[in-house]
Design a protein around this ligand. Structure first.
Ligand code: ADP
Length: 493
């Protein structure tokens, strides 16, 4: 069942229940009072007649002309019976009501007039029988109910007769029926109204949810991530809509970046493959190739195979870094990490002078992070520094401990990075100068380095570049989390 329908039904049932109980209580109080008043008048009048008969053998009430209703509009008909049940006297206002045995109600008493329509259990009906000598009964006369009250008159143990007081219930019954009709009409009308209002309100409240569901379904069906849901008022559902839109935006960007990445990766992989296939073809077609030419072809294939494997390795590395769960926050000594990276770089390019400057001396320069990844980041920067600066120049790694952070600079004396290239160098597969592809770069180094930096809550950026060389800088917070430099982000797509 739909949530809207469920809400409506639940609220409708609850409301109907509460309203029914309240209205029934009000109705019962109103109607019951009328019947109880009649019963009270019957009892008092019968008692009056009983005491008259006991005192003087007769009662003036039986003779009185009570044809006129009392001030309350109550008509009381009185009758007295001999001990054997024969009618002795009837009040002048008796319209000729049928005579039945006066003891009938004493044997089978009627329940309270209010309940008369409902078949009540015997014990409840018998509550109205007082000491076995007085009881209420009901007399049906041409479709109308008369309430009767019978008293057995006794002198010591002897029955001297019966007295019976009767009153028509027509007026009270009519009032009860009218009240019932009114109550049911009002109840039904109110319940229908409440159901309608609940349906409308539930629909309005759930509209954003419906819109979200529709949008989510459309996205799932068409993969169209450009869809957005119009946010409603800024309540919880409005916030949900905003969050949903933000999520779609992020998905859209991630999807686009993934698409671009797959395209770039296939493009990058295709180039060395084409060279390899072409060279293989040459070798197959000219098995007796000139040895010098053959060596050249083989060297070419060797170079391309190397490039291919570097590319695959870098792609794997990037994929691994992207899947990394939050890094374990171990203390890593940057002093040691940088020293190892500098030694590796020196071995990589003995033609360069790779110098390390640490400050302050003796400080292990510990930062929370992942040792292998920090080493990888430094190696990428050092690899680039030697790759993009002429042999014989100096590469300086400067590590400076500050109270809250540790700053790492990698400086080279190369020809610098063009201003036009600067915003793109952290993008995957971006190489500033295609001619430099010969340097063997995959265009993934800085993207990986940037990813590692952001995993450490910071950012890698170019602090200075120009004809005199380039400085890459990264600042690590000693306590973890983002450092001030992290504010300067460079998007790696
Ligand atoms: P690559 O594998 O080509 O080195 P990177 O992502 O490491 O890929 O670098 C992207 C581009 O940034 C390089 O192609 C290069 O043009 C430029 N670059 C990186 N480091 C330096 C540097 N130290 N000096 C000059 N240019 C650099």
């Amino acid at each position: 069942m739909k949530l809207r329908l469920r809400l409506t039904v639940a609220y409708g049932l609850l409301f109907t229940g509460v309203l029914s109980v309240l209205s029934f209580a009000g109705y019962a109080a109103l109607i019951r009072e009328q019947f109880v008043t009649l019963d009270r008048v019957l009892v008092t009048t019968a008692r009056l007649v009983e005491s008259g008969i006991l005192r003087s053998g007769r009662s003036y009430a039986l003779d009185a002309d009570t044809a006129r209703p009392s001030r309350d509009g109550i008509v009381i008909v009185l009758r007295s019976y001999a001990p054997d049940g024969t009618l002795a006297q009837r009040s002048p206002n008796d319209p000729g009501l049928p005579v039945t045995a006066p003891w009938a109600p004493l044997r089978t008493p009627a329940p309270p007039a209010f309940w008369d329509a409902v078949p009540l259990p015997d014990w409840l009906a018998r509550r109205d029988v007082v000491d076995g000598r007085r009881a209420f009964g009901t007399l049906g006369v041409s479709g109308q109910r008369w309430r009767r009250y019978v008293v057995q008159i006794r002198r010591e143990t002897r029955t001297v007769g019966y007295v019976e007081a009767l009153t028509p219930l027509a007026r009270a019954d009519d009032t009860a029926q009218a009240a019932t009709r009114l109550l049911l009409t009002v109840l039904a009308g109110t319940v229908i109204g409440v159901l309608g209002i609940t349906w409308v309100v539930a629909g309005a409240v759930l509209r954003p949810v419906t819109a979200l569901t529709r949008a989510a379904r459309a996205v799932a069906g068409s993969r169209d991530l450009t869809q957005r849901v119009q946010p409603g008022p800024p309540d919880e559902l409005g916030q949900l809509t905003v969050t949903f839109n933000e999520m779609l935006g992020r998905l859209q960007r991630a999807w686009a970046s993934q698409q671009r990445f797959v395209e770039d990766a296939s493009h990058e992989l295709r180039a060395p493959m084409t060279v390899l296939r072409g060279n293989l073809d040459l070798l197959r077609r000219y098995p007796h190739m000139d040895p010098a030419e053959r060596d050249e072809v083989m060297a070419d294939m060797d170079r391309e195979t190397g490039r291919l494997s570097r590319l695959v390795e870098d792609l794997l590395l990037l994929a691994q870094r992207e899947q990394d769960v939050p890094l374990p926050q171990q203390g890593v000594s940057l002093r040691e990490v940088v020293r190892t990276a500098v030694q590796d770089a020196q071995k990589l390019s003995p033609a360069h002078d790779v110098t390390l400057r640490l400050h302050p001396a003796g400080d292990p320069l510990t930062v929370p992070g992942h040792r292998d990844q920090l080493q990888q980041l430094l190696l990428i920067l050092l690899d680039n520094a030697v790759k993009y600066s002429p042999p014989g120049t100096r590469v300086i790694v400067r590590v400076e401990g500050q109270p809250e952070s540790v700053l790492v600079d990698v400086e080279d004396q190369g020809s610098g990075i063009d201003a036009a290239d600067l915003p793109h160098i952290f993008h995957r597969f971006y190489r500033a100068d295609p001619a430099r592809q010969r340097q063997g770069g995959t265009g993934l180094g800085l993207a990986i380095a940037q990813l590692i930096a952001s995993r450490h809550g910071t950012a890698l950026f170019v602090a200075r570049t120009g004809p005199g060389g380039t400085v890459f800088r990264v600042t690590f917070s000693r306590s973890g989390g983002s450092s001030s430099a992290a504010a300067e982000t460079h998007g790696g797509a």
